[in-house]
Design a protein around this ligand. Sequence first.
Ligand SMILES: [Zn+2]
Length: 412
Amino acid sequence: MAKTGELLKAKDIIILDGGLGTELEFRGYDLSQDPLWSAGLVQRDPGALAAIHRSYLEAGADVITAATYQGSIGPMTEQLFAELVRIAVSTRDKFVQDHQAEIEFVGAPKRLGESLDSPTGDDVNDNINAPRRQQRKWPLVAVGMGPYGAYLGKGQEYTGDYGEVSKSTLIEFHRRKLEALTAEGIEPELLLFETIPNSLELAAIADLLQQQNQKQKQPTKVWLALSVRFDKNATPNGHNQVFLADGTPLTSAESSAASNSNSSLEPQFRALAPYISAIGVNCCPLDKVELALTELGAIFSQSSMSALSPTPPLLIAYPNSGEVYSGETKTWSLPTTQNNSKEGLGTGNAATCPNSATCNTNEANAEEDCGWDLAGNSQAWIRKGARIIGGCCRTRPADIAKLRKTIGDRLD
Ligand SMILES: [Zn+2]
């Protein structure tokens, strides 16, 4: 299902888009009263969603994510859920059409290009006198598979606190979204399970993917981004440690000092390994990404893991602005500098924007006014093996444009 093979070559970096719901809010849309958040615009103002997808494509994103994050079946119909994906796909197709004279889009899945007159621009290539066009990856559309916590609607994607919920409920929550796409004739180019904060939900996703794969000849590969928290006091040596947002340590090697449980995510990771082609973190402070990637890279390079998945998953990271979300007020605000280590925001906030609510404008150099720098920090992540990089909440098209400029096209 995932078309990463076409998109990704050796040493290549894939650039994701940035925040969508928060970008709508930057542009004046009030989503705070809508339980479906950005997904609610599918009927009220689909053009607003398309405009933001387009902004990220123009900024250089290789992957845009449909506004499905907060959408689920029940609160919205199967048709409207699928329509969110269609909006993103048609925006991508239009973007490719509009630019194919000056850009050669490479790696287009043939099936996806059929609707375009000349998806790879072969007619232009045939003209040897034509100036060599710039190359760029064919942009893909990911279906954002938000967590059950997003459906609960009180910011539980950052706590993993689901209360009493059964694994079968969590499986069904995600299954219905996949079935909606199938019922509407959509074969996802890429599935992106994101901001997953709960260990039982990870087990549920693993079960669902196993069931899906039993029905298919080709294994479904998905990308998975975790919602994590950090605790510098977790071990005697004072190193930061990474936990799933619900407090479960990533590995049993970590102290459980910050967790009420001695369990770890190792069983879930083993169950997921055959089905995920990328794993990482999203919507966390950017100064914590390197630590999380280091841990995940070590876990998935273990020989016991490679036995389950011969190709280790790529590392993925798309942090937020460093601001903190309140599920009660549905607003983002700067973290308090006092006693924030438990909340995973580090000390001093050197890498978080001190006033991003005001300075993070659409101006290309906006982020130079503060310490927050997605592009600058991305170099360290790439050195740790990150291959898929973008932004999450409160990041903007200007951030992605700078990331594109810093990383370059990296086409082989
Ligand atoms: Zn986010």
